[in-house]
Design a protein around this ligand. Structure first.
Ligand SMILES: CC(C)(COP(=O)(O)OP(=O)(O)OC[C@H]1O[C@@H](n2cnc3c(N)ncnc32)[C@H](O)[C@@H]1OP(=O)(O)O)[C@@H](O)C(=O)NCCC(=O)NCCS
Length: 483
């Protein structure tokens, strides 16, 4: 009888929880919007041609109708965070007293999935099926962008998605999609991959969150809290109680915050597409000279990483980890997965001495963006610095400069690097500048003191920055041509 009563109570609690999670409701369950609102936020909008819809969305964005997410702690202090304040995360402004998990919830993780409004259903994406992978790619390429100004769109490849979403020990049930039942269209996605994360002196198996994305037409309808709760449930069902994630927006509460820097390689093109943060305030000739790179690399023994290097790379990375307080561990399989070169996805170079000793590793992954409606340029290729490390006595600045030389020769237009790890040692010297964007690191269900960005060393796949295209006037183009 006691057990039956307990089960009944749990069922009731779950039903109440589900009711409050109806998309369109606030988190106390009030103000439910009709379910059709989820599918068709503005029926009149749907009847317009796609280009008109985009124009209206851009106008809404420009005039900031609707809520915008906080970008600074000051803005965050004014937000209610109805959802996040119900989650096991430190409150904003709270000083962490001690370290450890906030709630012990793995054991009681409910069996049944969270409810979605009628007309929508969960789908665990089988990414090994090419058609499903293609659907995910379409969702992300059309919607994985914050600034909907119709100027650039991400162009993530299937190979890139496989690399990010299928590392060693990946779990299919952590690739969590939402579909419209009537036409099976994929309209929401959130994923996680397992990783052993070291936080100060604790090592925890965590879920590393990837690609939270809601279709543009379903934004601001509180689909995100449902996605996060459902993924958290699936993660807990595997006995994992913590997650690590990053966001460019401020949520409760960043553990660390880093600044994203960028460094032009093809300045002329970046100016022509008016890439954000790339200023044309220097006379073109001087700017081209300023960013000029040597023709060839200078580090002796610099060569592409091969399978033979896996164990030595692992040892070098491992040896360099002790100075960081937030870091991901490296197994042999993880080194092979994350670092072995894959065409158009990830490139890694090692510095190998004659006796076979490795003294440096530099690695970067590429993300392309489509430039929309530009007469001359169809895409921008951004290289993201993944890892740059050198053993004691190695020249990290030279290694990073060589990476720029290689990237330029491979046709990349810009390099993006965060001020994490030892990157501050070369960012300024190699003419990186602050892009104006921040990336905040978060832990779910773990409390500990905050740390500076140079103490962070994580396998983090940052999304490419959004470009902003405005056609260059003919005079500037002519000047650039002359250079
Ligand atoms: C991020 C995104 C899923 C948010 O969707 P949305 O429709 O704006 O927000 P919803 O109405 O569904 O949910 C709002 C809640 O989600 C939270 N939220 C918004 N962005 C978030 C993020 N990046 N990570 C975690 N939570 C987020 C909000 O804080 C809010 O909760 P609160 O009431 O506690 O403040 C959507 O804007 C998107 O797909 N953007 C493009 C891709 C992207 O930027 N993904 C995040 C990568 S870090």
């Amino acid at each position: 009888n006691k057990l039956a009563a307990k089960k009944k109570k749990a069922k009731q609690r779950h039903e109440e929880e589900d009711a409050s999670l109806q998309i369109g409701a606030n988190d106390s369950g009030k103000e439910m919007l009709p379910l059709t609102a989820f599918a068709r936020p503005l029926p009149q909008l749907d009847s317009l041609p796609e280009s008109k819809q985009q124009e209206i969305q851009r106008a809404l964005h420009l005039f900031s109708f609707g809520q915008t997410m906080p970008r600074t702690l000051q803005q965050a202090a004014r937000r209610a965070y109805e959802f996040w304040h119900t989650q096991p995360v430190p409150k904003l402004g709270e000083t962490a007293m001690g370290r450890g998990q906030i709630t012990a919830g793995e054991a009681s993780a409910r069996e049944e999935p969270y409810s979605l409004p009628r007309g929508f259903s969960w789908d665990t994406l089988e990414l090994s099926r090419p058609s499903v992978m293609q659907e995910l790619r379409t969702l992300l390429n059309e919607n994985y962008t914050e600034d909907d100004d119709n100027t650039v769109a991400p162009d993530l490849s299937v190979d890139y998605l496989q690399w990010v979403l299928q590392p060693p020990n990946w779990l299919a049930q952590w690739h969590c999609g939402v579909r419209v039942e009537s036409n099976k269209k994929l309209v929401g996605f959130i994923a996680a991959v397992p990783a052993d994360v070291h936080v100060y002196d604790t090592v925890k198996r965590m879920a590393q969150i990837k690609f939270l994305c809601v279709h543009k037409k379903l934004r601001l309808k509180r689909m995100t809290p449902v996605l996060i709760r459902e993924l958290a449930r699936r993660v807990r069902r595997q006995g994992v109680g913590q997650a690590a994630y990053t966001a460019s927006v401020v949520l409760p509460t960043p553990l660390s915050s880093c600044r994203l820097h960028h460094r032009p390689l093809n300045l002329r093109k970046l100016l022509e597409v008016q890439y954000p943060g790339i200023r044309g305030d220097m006379p073109p000739q001087r700017a081209l000279k300023f960013y000029r790179l040597p023709e060839n690399t200078k580090t002796a023994g610099l060569r592409p990483m091969t399978k033979d290097h896996i164990e030595r790379v692992r040892r070098l990375l491992q040896a360099n980890l002790s100075k960081f307080h937030l870091k991901a561990g490296w197994s042999r399989e993880e080194v092979a997965h994350w670092l072995l070169p894959r065409e158009d996805v990830i490139d890694t170079y090692v510095v190998e001495a004659d006796d076979g000793a490795l003294t440096g590793v530099v690695s970067f992954y590429g993300i392309s963006s489509k430039v929309l409606n530009h007469r001359l340029h169809g895409s921008v290729r951004a290289a993201h610095l993944f890892y740059a490390t050198s053993a004691a006595g190695g020249d990290l600045v030279q290694l990073a400069e060589d990476a720029l030389v290689l990237l330029k020769s491979k046709g990349f237009d810009i390099v993006i690097a965060a001020d994490v790890m030892d990157n501050n040692r070369f960012l300024e010297q190699l003419k990186f500048s602050f892009s104006g964007k921040w990336l905040h690191y978060y832990l779910y269900n773990w409390r500990c003191p905050t740390l500076s960005s140079d103490k962070v060393c994580c396998k983090e796949n940052k999304r490419s920055e959004n470009g902003r295209r405005v056609s260059r006037d003919a005079k500037t183009r002519k000047k650039m041509d002359e250079c």
